[in-house]
Design a protein around this ligand. Structure first.
Ligand code: GLU
Length: 375
């Protein structure tokens, strides 16, 4: 529920990042920040509030840097304030990182790093990750890519990250597990973003990183994609994106989110019509006939979700109960695994997720599967 934008190429990175963050505003956020690679080092500004507040505070940075990343934060660890905003910097000041998602084992990692002399300034899980990268870089004498890989192999959770280092000033390292990340390929330039909207007017050529993959992006080179786990090289086919700019514009609504909310009942109705045939209380799901039996015999449907997805789940509850007369319960995914829920093999569990909370939602699904529900 938040976003990342980055640029590496021949244009000024600053306006691309600011405009890109504005395009990602619809995802929801409470703070924003950016970092540019400059001759003297990092130009970094971050703030609680809107992208327009960030723009106001960071205008002076618009001085020609052609490499940088920006972030909108939806706080999960630590309140929304300037210090907790991203980017976060390593103790030696050489590495900066933006992160969407959650590092679940941040507490134990933090303790270990503190025992090794690291100091923390924010309450975030993210600051642990950037210092873990420094830790491995120093200890094993690694380049940035390898240090990121070592650190991610210690981290449990969900993330999309982008990392810059003063020692490797011409590159961005990105990685993804459970939060989306797309890489746009222009003419001797690269874009990274949580979805393609920030760079559509520059290029439509892009590929999505898969979960468990990382990539090193350098000028004039092919993007080097690897599996985080074993460093195996991966190739992706660059695809031509089909969306255009009008589709993402606000269409007369003050906020994109508002447009989405107004459109929701219509699109849900259409989806239900398209995908569910409700006849005398029987659901037939187009495309998944094999599972029809499951739905006919389902005792309950449990929807697990967090945040905005939770509210989408409530709409699902009203519609499915009304149309199909099957009992539906909507549960907070973040509570699910901690309260020993009653689930049977006759239950269907549906998960809805967007980004930051995905780790909890996946854990809820895993538990439901262990208890033999149909997921
Ligand atoms: N967990 C991180 C934080 O609280 C990132 C949140 C996000 O996804 O924006 O700062």
């Amino acid at each position: 529920m938040c976003g990342i934008v980055g640029y590496l190429g021949h244009r000024k990175a600053y306006p691309i990042i600011i405009n890109g963050l504005k395009r990602l505003e619809y995802r929801g956020y409470d703070s924003a920040g950016l970092v540019l690679m400059e001759k003297e080092g990092f130009g970094l500004v971050k703030t609680k509030g809107k992208v327009s507040d960030l723009e106001e505070k960071s205008k002076y940075l618009d001085n020609g840097s052609t490499l940088g990343v920006g972030h909108t934060r939806w706080a999960t660890h630590g309140e929304p304030n300037d210090v907790n905003s991203h980017p976060h910097m390593s103790n030696d000041g050489n590495i900066v990182l933006v992160h969407n998602g959650i590092i679940e084992n941040y507490d134990s990692l933090k303790t270990e790093l503190q025992q090794n002399g690291f100091v923390f300034h924010s309450e975030t899980d993210t600051e642990v990750l950037v210092n873990l990268i420094q830790y491995f870089k120093d200890k094993e004498n690694l380049n940035l890519t390898d240090a990121v890989r070592y650190a991610l192999n210690e981290a449990i959770g969900a993330y999309a990250i982008a990392v810059l280092s003063k020692n490797e000033p011409g590159e961005i390292v990105v990685a993804r597990l459970g939060s989306p990340l797309v890489i746009g390929i222009g003419d001797n330039e690269f874009f990274i973003a949580s979805d393609a909207t920030p760079f559509l007017e520059f290029t439509k050529e892009a590929f999505y990183l898969d979960d468990g993959e990382m990539a090193t992006i350098r000028m004039g080179e092919e993007v080097d994609i690897r599996k985080i786990k074993d460093n195996l090289s991966v190739t992706h086919t660059v695809q031509e994106l089909k969306i255009n700019l009008q589709q993402i514009e606000k269409g007369g609504f003050e906020h994109f989110m508002l447009k989405e909310i107004y459109e929701q009942p219509k699109s849900i109705r259409d989806t239900m019509r398209g995908r569910l045939l409700v006849e005398e209380g029987i659901i037939k799901m187009a495309g998944i006939w094999d599972y029809q039996e499951k739905f006919l015999n389902a005792k309950r449907i449990i929807i697990v979700a967090c945040g905005t997805s939770y509210h989408a789940g409530l709409i699902g509850e009203y519609l499915i109960e009304d149309l199909a007369r099957i009992q539906v319960e909507v549960e907070y995914a973040s509570e699910f695994r901690y309260r020993n829920p009653i689930i049977s093999s006759q239950d269907i569990v549906i998960a809805i997720s967007q980004s930051g909370e995905t780790a909890d939602t996946l854990a809820a699904l895993k538990l439901a599967k262990e208890k033999r529900a149909f997921i």
